[in-house]
Design a protein around this ligand. Sequence first.
Ligand code: MN
Length: 128
Amino acid sequence: MSKTRPARVVIVEDNALNLELMQTVLAGAGFEVHGAADARAGLALTRRVHPDVVLMDVQLPEMDGLEATRALRADPATAAIPVIAVTAHVKKDDEDRCLAAGCVLHVAKPIDTREFPRLVQRVVGGVK
Ligand code: MN
C-alpha cells in the first residue's frame, strides 16, 4: 500500500476556543492543521502552505470570511482550493451568500465533532 500524506487544512477563525476545538478534532483525525486568527493572516497562510481545503469562519474582524474567500477565488495560486464556510448563521440566505462567494459547503457552528472530520475528508477527497 502506498504511503499517503495527511490532508492539509487551513482554519481561519478569530475565536480562540473554536480554533482550538477544530484544530484538536482535525489533528486527532489525522489532518495536518494550520490556524490563523484573521482573514489577512489566513490568506497569507493559505498561499504559503497551499492546503487541500480551507475552513473559513464567516464573521471575522476587518475583512470577513466571504471577502477572504473571494480573494482566494480571484488568485490563480489559490483559486482551486476548496473553501468550507463555518458560521453560526444557519438561514438559507446566509448559506446562499457563502456559496455565491465561492465556498463549496456551509457548516453551522457549533460543529459536530464526530461528523466534522468526515465532512472535511469528503471535500478533500482522495488526497495522496
Ligand atoms: Mn468569528
